[in-house]
Design a protein around this ligand. Structure first.
Ligand code: PSU
Ligand code: MN
Length: 306
């Protein structure tokens, strides 16, 4: 088997030349956004990067091969094929051996991006500690992988379906660095502000690149999370959000949803209960993060630091 992940031509060329590259995850395509619009969404994230002079590296597993940089046919399979599974970091080797086709979560994408030497990764919102942890302990594998993977992740905090204060505590314990982008407050994915204060804020892509360089000097082996909020006028109406989220959590409990089905179930419920508005907001969240990730990757490549 060749090197993991397999790099597309453009991704390989950009990395070799020290030009900016941004990794994108694929679970958001296969399990986060509804078909068939998810395919257009996946393309639009890539086009945003290309338009900013950055090479997109969408990461997924296709017929058992982990790839960074997908061709059109691969992107279509990830978006449209209903047999595509969701894989976290721990699932990767099994998906490879069983030749599965899989959307990679933040965990699996971070791991593969770091192996490829990609420094910056954009997603929507991370997984984290679920509400009701005391009764049913559910914590995303995203956190543990980020605790031992050196990559800069741009996300609108963690999904608001989670227990956000508990997730921030876990990020601290796990040694994941967290900074707000132009804010001192931790965002909440669909919502601009979770109400949680942050110790650090960074105000420009150059400042973030400077932090990345300092982390390299320290030989940090954990992730830097750049928490990038939606502008308040683009967020989901907080009242609607709270009402619909309470309903979706109750529905997940009643239906006995467990394990890796929980997050897709809650996002799907939110979509139906908001008449699709939550999906439009989710798209805005990802677009904002992709745009910032492009600037960070560019600032990083301009330092000539690799
Ligand atoms: N962000 C989105 N939509 C998503 C996800 C993130 O806007 O669907 C996905 C990511 O792939 C993340 C996963 O890693 O949800 C978390 O799933 P879990 O809670 O099962 O670890
Ligand atoms: Mn889980």
């Amino acid at each position: 088997m060749s090197a993991v992940p397999e790099l597309s031509g453009p991704v390989r060329a950009a990395l070799q030349a020290g030009r900016p590259v941004v990794a994108l995850e694929s679970t958001i395509i296969s399990h986060g956004l509804p078909r068939p619009d998810n395919l257009a969404a996946a393309r639009s994230f890539e086009e945003m990067l290309t338009g900013a002079g950055v090479t997109p590296a969408t990461i997924a597993v296709v017929d058992g091969v982990p790839k960074a940089g997908l061709g059109e046919a691969d992107l279509e399979r990830i978006a449209l094929d209903e047999s595509v599974v969701k894989v976290g970091g721990r699932d990767l080797a099994m998906a490879m051996a069983a030749r599965r086709t899989a959307g990679t979560t933040v965990a699996a994408t971070s791991l593969l991006a770091a192996r490829a030497g990609i420094r910056v990764f954009a997603t929507g919102g991370l997984g984290g500690v679920h509400r009701g942890f005391a009764e049913s302990p559910d914590e995303s594998g995203d956190l543990t992988v980020l605790s031992r993977t050196a990559i800069t992740v741009v996300s609108a905090g963690v999904k608001s379906i989670l227990d956000i204060p508990a997730t921030l505590e876990r990020l601290e314990t796990l040694g994941v660095a967290v900074a707000g982008y132009r804010t001192n407050r931790f965002p909440a994915f669909y919502l601009t502000d979770s109400g949680q204060d942050l110790d650090w804020r960074l105000d420009s892509p150059q400042e973030i690149a400077t932090v990345m360089a300092a982390r390299d000097l320290l030989r940090e082996e954990s992730a830097l999370l750049v928490a990038n909020p939606l502008p308040p006028d683009r967020q989901l109406d907080p009242e609607l959000h709270d009402r619909v989220l309470a309903e979706s959590l109750a529905a997940a409990g009643a239906a006995g949803i467990r394990g890796k089905a929980v997050t897709p179930f809650l996002l799907g419920y939110m979509r139906r209960a908001t008449g699709g508005v939550s999906v439009a907001v989710n798209m805005d969240v990802v677009r904002g993060n992709v745009a910032l990730a492009a600037q960070i990757a560019t600032a990083w490549s301009e330092r000539g630091a690799g």
